[in-house]
Structure formats: structure tokens, C-alpha cells
Design a protein around this ligand. Structure first.
Ligand code: NAD
Length: 456
């Protein structure tokens, strides 16, 4: 069956109303959880083939997030689906106001390769929870992970509800020609623009989860040891191939040396020897990215690392110093295990430098001065972030996840995901027994006076 046929079948199935009842949605979500639990072994094997990722890291950064998302959706769905009361304005009293969520229809999820399971399946959970059917196209770069998802999910789900289709640029572009009711895309900014343009042809609503350079501020007063520990963890997780990883550090010049020393210590603690690296450390996804990353490492700027093993596509944790905003490493999102550290003497100037660039997906601040934290939060626009930690914000399902400006449009995770795949019908309900004559012609000065009094 071609994706085009499946699209037509999903449309028919959606129009049959079968995806709408709570019971149906819960059944699919539970089935998804069981299918993943029953096939974990294959999921671990496939991702290991794609980038040597350990079982622990796969569970911690992929499966655990999917299971939490499923648990939240299963628990909260009946509440999410209920109509929600809204306040009624004076002019419409004694009426009632409420909103009713409804599914959008047939949806398309396009995933990125860096967390192939969660970036494809968390939006799928949102789509099903909201009562949609869904075709999901994971990334061709993580080909083993994509293939295993197709194999295990297409065996368990009828294609009218959920179908995984594999393929690259050509296949994705063919899919984009279909008149989907929702497109959810995770990936790069340039491809995000292509998706937006294609979606516009059918006025299809989109959620775009994109990328960019995410800064981490380190200010005087931060606990430097803990700061270094948390930066190193978030940066070298998945070998830096994380959309919300620290892209670069902006540190107060007076604590730069101390921070660099602690970062070095932490790298040696968290990745104690090159021999055990493969157990704890992920490969770069492909040679093209490997070569791109190596070009960003200028020998004179290496503080620690800079070493690599091309046969295994591994670049050891690398920290660069003596960096300025003009260096090529500051041009585009790094998306690898290279951490440039830039000192600043004046916080205002550092804030200004970030503001001059596209809005980051994430922003982190390590500090204890509440006023300075507030200042950075109010002056810089960005998707989301953390204070005194990195990356962990996305494990809290109560926080909507998404970008701002070029780092993304729309949010998801838990209720925000349900909202992304729903339309909310606004309803005003009036009784028959009361109707003031004010709005009806013939108009008069007296009516005008009353209208103004009500409004002003
Ligand atoms: P990508 O944009 O190259 O690919 C993403 C998807 O788009 C893939 O499924 C691919 O097949 C498809 N695609 C690629 N080129 C296409 C084209 N010309 N037309 C139609 N479809 C096309 O992104 P990537 O390399 O997989 O992921 C890395 C990027 O994704 C980084 O910028 C990263 O920051 C971002 N990202 C963002 C998030 C987030 O949640 N905001 C999460 C992970 C990754």
C-alpha cells in the first residue's frame, strides 16, 4: 500500500467518527505502550546500530519520555476532552460560554534523527489522544530506528489509525502534496521553511519544532562545580546532538578560568577513559556531520578534547576557549560535542549579542541573583529553558515545549500536545427567556448612551 492510499483510508476512517470516543483513544494509547514495552529489545538494538547508543541512554532520553507521555495522556485524557467553561461577558448574560475540543483529522508527523523514537512518537501520542489519525515519517538518517518503528507499529496497528512510512526527501515531499489536516515537523530551520510553504498551499496548520544556537549564561554567584557538572551532562548527552543542548557558554570573565577547570574535571569524571567511552558515548550520526563538526575545531582554541576516532564516528568531548562571536563555530547550530566558551565583561553587552541573533530554542542561566535572572528572562525571547540546570525542563510534561521565532512555531508535550492536534470550538449558549432590546433597531441616543455605559 502506498502512503497515498493510506492517507485516503485514514481520511475515510476519520470521517466515520470512530477515532473520537474516549474509549477508542485510550485503547490505542495503551496498545502503543504495550507494543513498545514488548519490543524494547528491538528498539535498543536498532538505535545501537544507528549511533552506538547505550541501553541506559536510550531508556533515559527516549523510552522513559515516551512512557511518561503515554501515562499522562491515559490518565488525563477524559479531563482534556471535556468542554471547558469560559466567563461570559456582560452583553451576553445570562448566557453560558464554553469551548469544545475536536480532532483536526488526518495528521502527518515528520521526525528528526537525533532522538528518533521520542521525536516521532510523542507527537503521535498527542495526535491519537486528540482523536486524529496519523501517518508518521521518521528520519531516514537513523534508518535502523525508523525501520524498527515501521516494523513493530505497522504490525500492531491498522493503517487507518497509525502508519509509519519510511523515506527521505523525495518521499516526504510526496507526502506534503496530500491535503493533511495537521503537519507536525521536527527538524532544521531550512527544512522547516519548506514544510511551512508546502502546508500553506492547503492552509494546513503546522507545528514546527526547529533548532538554533542555545546559549548558557554563567554569572558570578553560581555554584561553579554544580554548574559545570550540569552543563557537561546536558552538552555531551547524545554527543551534543540534542536540539536543546547548550550550544555555547557565556561566562562572566572573572569566573571563566574556574569554570573551564571545573568543566575539564567533570568531563574526566563523567567520561573517565577513552576505552569506556563507547559504552557511555554516542557516535555522530553520519560522516557528513562528522566532517562538518571537525571543521569547527580550530587547534589553537582547544581547551580540552579535539581528539576523535573516524572509524567509529566518535568526537571526544571538546571545549573551545578564546572564542568570540565572530568565530565560524558561532555561525550555525553546532549539534555535536563541541562547546565554545565566551567570556563577557558586561552582561548587558552579552544579552545584546544574543538578542541580535535568531531566537534560541533554549536558554539556560546559572546564577543566584534573582534580579539578573529576571533581567535575562525579560530581555531575551527564546523557546524555553532552565535556571541552574540544562535540558531537564523537557522532562516535565507540565511545561509546554516549543521554540520562538525561527526556533519553532507551536508547542507540544502532554496537554500542549493535545492542544496542538485539536481545534477548540467556541460556543455561546443563550436562553430564550431574556433579550434586552438594546442591540435592535430602531437605534436612539438613549440606546447609544446605554451601549457606551456597558462598554466603557
Ligand atoms: P532535517 O530538517 O534535515 O530533517 C528532518 C526531517 O525532514 C526528516 O524526516 C527528513 O527526511 C525531512 N526532510 C529533510 N529534507 C527535506 C526536504 N528538502 N523536504 C522535505 N522533507 C525533508 O533535520 P535533522 O537533521 O533530522 O535534525 C536536526 C535539526 O533538527 C537540528 O536543527 C535540531 O536542532 C532540530 N531539532 C529540533 C528539535 C525540537 O524539538 N525543536 C528536536 C530535534 C532536532
Amino acid at each position: 500500500m502506498t502512503p497515498q492510499n493510506i492517507f485516503a483510508e485514514q481520511r475515510e476512517f476519520f470521517l466515520s467518527e470512530q477515532t473520537k470516543p474516549l474509549k477508542f483513544r485510550i485503547k490505542q494509547l495503551k496498545k502503543l505502550k504495550k507494543t513498545l514495552l514488548d519490543n524494547e529489545k528491538y528498539l535498543y538494538e536498532a538505535i545501537y546500530k544507528d549511533f552506538g547508543k547505550s541501553k541506559f541512554e536510550t531508556y533515559a532520553t527516549e523510552l522513559s519520555l515516551i512512557y511518561s507521555e503515554l501515562n499522562i495522556a491515559i490518565k488525563k485524557l477524559s479531563k482534556w476532552m471535556k468542554p471547558k467553561k469560559k466567563r461570559t461577558n456582560l452583553a451576553n448574560l445570562p448566557g453560558k460560554s464554553y469551548i469544545i475540543p475536536e480532532p483536526l483529522g488526518v495528521s502527518l508527523v515528520i521526525g528528526a534523527w537525533n532522538y528518533p523514537y521520542q521525536l516521532s512518537l510523542i507527537p503521535v501520542i498527542s495526535a491519537i489522544a486528540a482523536g486524529n489519525t496519523v501517518i508518521v515519517k521518521p528520519s531516514e538518517l537513523s534508518k535502523n530506528s525508523s525501520a524498527v518503528m515501521a516494523k513493530i507499529l505497522n504490525r500492531k496497528f491498522i493503517p487507518e489509525i497509525l502508519y509509519v512510512t519510511e523515506g527521505g526527501v523525495k518521499e516526504t515531499q510526496d507526502l506534503l502534496k496530500l491535503n493533511f489536516d495537521k503537519i507536525f515537523f521536527t527538524g532544521s530551520v531550512p527544512v522547516g521553511k519548506i514544510i511551512y510553504k508546502e502546508a500553506a498551499k492547503n492552509l494546513t496548520p503546522v507545528t514546527l519544532e526547529l533548532g538554533g544556537k542555545s546559549p548558557t549564561f554563567v554569572l558570578k554567584g553560581a555554584n561553579i562545580k554544580m554548574t559545570a557538572k550540569r552543563i557537561v551532562w546536558g552538552k555531551f548527552l547524545n554527543a551534543g546532538q540534542t536540539c536543546v543542548a547548550t550550544d555555547y557558554v557565556l561566562v562572566d570573565k572573572s569566573i571563566e578560568t574556574e569554570l573551564l577547570k571545573e568543566i575539564k574535571k567533570q568531563i574526566n569524571i563523567q567520561f573517565p577513559s577513552m576505552e569506556i567511552l563507547p559504552e557511555n558515548y554516542v557516535q555522530i550520526i553520519n560522516e557528513r556531520n562528522f566532517d562538518r563538526l571537525l571543521k569547527l575545531i580550530k587547534p589553537k582554541q582547544i581547551y580540552i578534547g579535539g581528539t576523535f576516532d573516524k572509524s567509529k564516528r566518535i568526537i571526544h568531548p571538546t571545549v573551545l576557549h578564546n572564542i568570540s562571536f565572530d568565530d565560524s563555530v558561532m555561525d550555525d547550530e553546532i549539534f555535536g560535542p563541541i562547546l565554545p566558551v565566551i567570556p563577557f565583561e558586561n552582561l548587558e553587552n552579552a544579552i545584546q549579542k544574543v538578542k541580535e541573533r535568531p531566537k534560541p530554542l533554549a536558554l539556560y542561566i546559572f546564577a543566584s541573583d534573582k534580579k539578573l535572572i529576571k533581567k535575562i528572562h525579560s530581555k531575551i525571547s527564546f523557546g524555553g529553558g532552565a535556571v541552574n540546570d540544562t535540558v531537564m525542563q523537557l522532562t516535565n510534561g507540565n511545561l509546554p515545549f516549543g521554540g520562538a521565532g525561527t526556533s519553532g512555531t507551536g508547542n507540544y508535550h502532554a496537554y500542549a500536545g493535545f492542544q496542538a492536534f485539536s481545534h477548540f470550538k467556541s460556543i455561546l449558549k443563550k436562553p430564550f427567556w431574556f433579550e434586552p432590546s438594546l442591540k435592535y433597531a430602531p437605534y436612539s441616543n438613549k440606546k447609544m448612551k446605554w451601549l457606551k455605559r456597558l462598554i466603557e
